[in-house]
Design a protein around this ligand. Sequence first.
Ligand code: HEM
Length: 401
Amino acid sequence: MRAPALTRRPAATDVGRAWESRLIRSAHPVVARVVDLAVARRSVTRLPGVGLLVADPEAARRVLTDTEHFTKQGPGSSGALWTPVLGERVLLNMDGSEHALLRRSLADLFSPRVVDEVCREAAQPIVARAAEQLRAGEPVDVVRLAREVSAAVIGQVVGLSSDADLADLLRSSDDIESMVTWRTRTFDEAGVDHARRALAVVQDAAESAHRAAQADTVMGRLALQGVSLDEARSLAAALFLTGVGTVSSALPRIVGQLADAGFLDRPGAATADLDAVIAEGLRMTTPSLATLRRCARPTELNGIRPRQDERVVVLLWWATRLSGGFDPGRRAPVAMRHLWFGAGSHFCLGAPLALAELRAMTGMVLEVAAERGLVVTRRVAARRVLVPRYAELWVSAGAPG
Ligand code: HEM
């Protein structure tokens, strides 16, 4: 899809950068300040009690791709947190040949055909409704739009059948997010039970779709490929955990960036590259703020020697900063490119689906903006949440009221 041509309003990009920092600090008031201070002096640095902080894009890429020295398993890893809830085999807690084998068996999970199909059925009706509202002069909260689209898309992937289930899905997503903070290393027994109960809506739907084994559902295709019921249940929960909060965070932040850089309020523009808008939007927003690794063998990283078993915090949001703010006209330096989706063997499995969802929603916003101009009428940063995001971001055609 082609999007309206964009002419940047340079001074306004500082506003976009300031909003991004505000979102990070509102989500993690203490940690964000401490990290800002630590990495301002050195982009790879040791923070006692936390671990090795990596905010340099090349060093971040090295940690994510060098599986000889850095692993996703072990104490303090996100794998250790999720294994008791999801089981042993959910990609994000695996490494090595078993991980590679499972990834290979899922290679077609989000093929272009599947992605088109899922987005057409689950995302397009919601996006079309929002476009109608905007064209009718009604305000639209793009946070709500992104939450509904991302839940409907994952609902379609795992085989949910009704809108009532979708509301449950969003409640579960909020519920689970509220259980995890930067400090959460493990869940106690009650926490594991609670998380399992919250995930039941997803896993039960996945189980029905897997049992039906129809080639026209994602879970059905997994069954036909020989993926076991337990594995499909676990995988469905993992896709839900990774796929709803990230896209819900990304879209409103990209719309905020477009508005702050002056790209939405002038009707009548021609066409430009929607993929470049989304790539630059993801660079600016990098919804997966950070990811964890453990040093499996001592090595050297930008002059620092990570110790055996030391926790390594790969600060993806900090590693993707560039001066000058949001500018879809430029390409990010090679080391930074796609880093918002990670790198190496754990590179985001859902990236094609996330990009398709963002294309559908951002394309619609830019199209309506080109017809009549859009303005942000209200926005509120979410407080103390795991994935930084807006709690609300309303857009409306015409001047702010
Ligand atoms: C804009 C949206 C998204 C962003 C920014 C994002 C970011 C990431 C990142 C940074 C990783 C790598 C983590 C690491 O190496 O430790 C990752 C992994 C993963 N993502 Fe995404 N993600 C997004 C959307 C999605 C969606 C929609 C899905 C599913 C439908 C998904 C499923 C996964 C899975 C399953 C993994 C684990 C892969 C593995 O360990 O092999 N993601 N994502």
